[in-house]
Write a protein that binds this ligand. Structure first.
Ligand code: SF4
Ligand code: SF4
Length: 387
């Protein structure tokens, strides 16, 4: 049986975080079960782009500080690593993201090393999914003695939720992520790439930063929600299953999770997951908003899936909000966005929603192009957890 520990934590005060994380780890067998002095431990953070910690788009730097201090005290060498999403002027914005997120400052103050995955080399690994020949992972992921995944608790406009399973996509270097998106354009296929990453690298532990979460149009354009939770597990799928239950969603309704479920990356059945810590079952997050488009998606029922297809939205750029930064243009895996006009060529667009995900100015809207879909969408409305 998989175990997910849920702890209450209402602030990013470092001492409080350390105490809470340590008490959660006790329920997983204690740090000593995972860590020995002298180990190189990589903290795989969520650094989706150049976002400050208070945006709730990235793992909070104080959360990373707390885990770093714990590991330093145990005699480990700590690495903080990721590769950001998207591109600015044809370059991955990882270095900028380490700076704006506060990770550089934390690393220098806490004697940790920043591992910018874009500049650390890659290692070729095998894949099972048919959309890729080979998988290239950032070298530090395989060089570390232990990788601790530190995902952020966030909604995702295309995938419903992004947590422990999806956070590993940052192990793919820089602009190669766009190639993989292009090779696996639908969420179900993309989920197979994520499952391959989980199988290729050993993520020993998953500690989710849900002190502040992102609700609504995540993973970057949503709003901050004070969830006051930290989730810990050795099982990424169980952790996400519990987190999704907290926002009223079933993990099996998310196509991106399907491959992880089928390949047994972890446990997805809630009745086979032990919840412990401050709760013995997943607590509902009151009033939490999930992305409107997928709010009512269900895994069962082909008719319902067809209805959802009708309601699917595609990106459109609001020129009144656009600041011409070209992040969307440079990040689009199929070059569907015109650099001058910002018109989108929908005959090329694979609806990966990277442009929506990465626009810092919330200028990429999701619009339903189907009249019936618009009516159905209005009828279903925004899904909120009950207060
Ligand atoms: S839509 Fe957003 S990402 Fe694209 S150019 Fe405009 S501001 Fe930049
Ligand atoms: S236009 Fe946006 S949604 Fe379409 S392929 Fe490009 S990045 Fe993806």
């Amino acid at each position: 049986m998989s175990k997910v520990v849920i702890k209450e934590c209402s602030s990013y005060d470092c001492a409080g975080l350390i105490e809470t994380i340590n008490s959660g780890m006790e329920l997983l067998g204690g740090w000593e079960r995972f860590v020995k002095p002298g180990m190189k431990v990589l903290l795989k953070v969520n650094l989706i782009g150049p976002k400050p910690p208070e945006s709730a788009a990235v793992t909070h730097c104080e959360f990373v500080r707390a885990v770093t201090r714990i590991l330093n005290a145990m005699g480990c060498t700590v690495w903080i690593g990721d590769s950001a999403g998207g591109a600015i002027a044809g370059m991955s914005p990882t270095a900028l993201s380490f700076e704006i997120s506060g990770m550089n400052k934390v690393a220098s103050q806490e004697n940790a090393l920043i591992k910018n995955f874009d500049t650390e080399g890659t290692v070729e690994t095998q894949v099972k999914c048919s959309c890729l020949d080979k998988l290239y992972l950032a070298k530090p992921v395989l060089d570390a003695d232990l990788v601790i995944n530190l995902p952020k608790f966030k909604t995702h406009s295309a995938a419903i939720f992004t947590g422990a399973v999806k956070n590993v996509f940052g192990c793919i270097q820089g602009l190669r992520k766009a190639q993989y998106h292009k090779a696996a354009p639908v969420m179900k296929e993309f989920g197979k790439v994520l499952a391959d990453i989980h199988e290729a690298a050993a993520f020993g532990l998953h500690i989710m930063d849900g002190v502040t979460a992102m609700e609504g149009l995540g993973p970057t354009a949503g709003s901050v929600y004070k969830a006051n939770k930290i989730l810990l597990s050795t099982d990424p799928l169980a952790l996400d299953a519990v987190a999704m239950k907290m926002i009223g969603q079933d993990i099996k309704s998310a196509p991106v999770m399907q491959a992880a479920v089928e390949r047994g990356i972890g446990e997805s059945e809630l009745e086979r997951i032990e919840v412990c810590g401050d709760y013995d079952k997943p607590p509902v997050l009151p009033g939490f908003k999930v992305p409107k488009v997928i709010a009512n998606m269900r895994s069962n029922g082909k008719i319902f899936v067809k209805v959802i297809d009708l309601m699917k939205a595609r990106p459109a750029i609001d020129m009144k909000e656009c600041r011409q930064c070209n992040m969307c243009v440079d990040s689009c895996p199929v070059q569907a966005i015109d650099r001058e006009t910002k018109n989108i060529d929908y005959s090329k667009c694979i609806e990966c929603l990277c442009c929506h995900e990465l626009c810092r100015y919330k200028a990429v809207e999701l619009r339903r192009n189907n009249a019936l879909g618009r009516i159905l969408f209005k009828m279903t409305g925004t899904k909120r957890n009950r207060r």
